[in-house]
Write a protein that binds this ligand. Structure first.
Ligand SMILES: Nc1ncnc2c1ncn2[C@@H]1O[C@H](COP(=O)(O)OP(=O)(O)OP(=O)(O)O)[C@@H](O)[C@H]1O
Ligand SMILES: [Mg+2]
Length: 209
């Protein structure tokens, strides 16, 4: 029963937190699953992650996008497609929509170009469900800051992060069937419940008992 789920949203919105909740529920339900993240998830992806998040590096928008795409291509080919082919639930922390929001809405790269390259990188793979945790970037950055030194993207100015947030919301508006958009200021456990209901619906075509 394969299903491809992605978590999206600005810095500190609670993507990793909610992904962990979902994974616990998948385990409890004894559903085979693969958990991964972008950039990362493969040896190449981990190297790319070090590069793109390095606060000491200055990277232009185009090479930044191409680096993410390289990581994504390897991840889809090496991890996501094989897991889906085995019938697993695949849960990915960030995916294509992050490029469209950050490198498109945020950095100003052309959306059609991003989509064309991404189609090649993913072989046209689109998530079945995308959970968008929506949050005021000022709040998200404050949450992330409690973790320590900001990474290269967390250091970008607030106007950039406002554009990213608007970019995510626009994407969700274009594909309401794929996106589950949630207010990330709500309590963690409530959000986890909403996400599980949406996943359960897609797996079993009905809400959990
Ligand atoms: N619903 C919530 N309400 C309040 N705080 C939350 C909520 N969910 C997560 N947090 C807190 O916000 C911080 C960031 O959460 P998390 O790391 O899951 O976000 P993220 O979206 O994965 O961030 P990043 O973009 O940096 O990977 C953590 O300290 C977490 O405990
Ligand atoms: Mg995270």
């Amino acid at each position: 029963m394969s299903l491809f789920i992605t978590f999206e949203g600005p810095e500190g919105a609670g993507k990793s937190t909610q992904l962990a909740h979902l994974v616990r529920r998948l385990e409890a339900a004894k559903l085979l699953h693969t958990v991964t993240r972008e950039p990362g998830g493969t040896p190449l992806g981990l190297r790319v992650r070090e590069v793109v998040l390095d606060p000491a590096l200055s990277i232009d928008p185009l090479p930044e996008f191409l680096l993410y795409s390289a990581s994504r291509a390897q991840l889809v080919q090496g991890v996501i497609r094989p897991a889906l082919a085995r019938g697993e639930v695949v849960v990915c922390d960030r995916f294509l929509d992050s490029s469209l929001a950050y490198q498109g809405a945020g950095r100003g790269l052309d959306g059609d170009f991003l989509r064309a390259v991404s189609r090649e990188a993913t072989g046209g793979l689109i998530p079945d469900l995308t959970v968008l945790l929506d949050l005021d970037p000022a709040l998200g950055l404050a949450r992330a800051a409690e973790r320590g030194q900001p990474d290269r993207l967390e250091q970008a100015d607030l106007a950039f992060h406002e554009r990213v947030r608007a970019g995510f919301l626009a994407l969700a508006g274009e594909e309401p069937g794929r996106f589950l958009t949630l207010d990330a200021t709500r309590p963690e456990s409530e959000l986890a419940g909403n996400i599980w209901t949406a996943v359960h619906n897609r797996l079993f075509r009905q809400a959990p008992a």
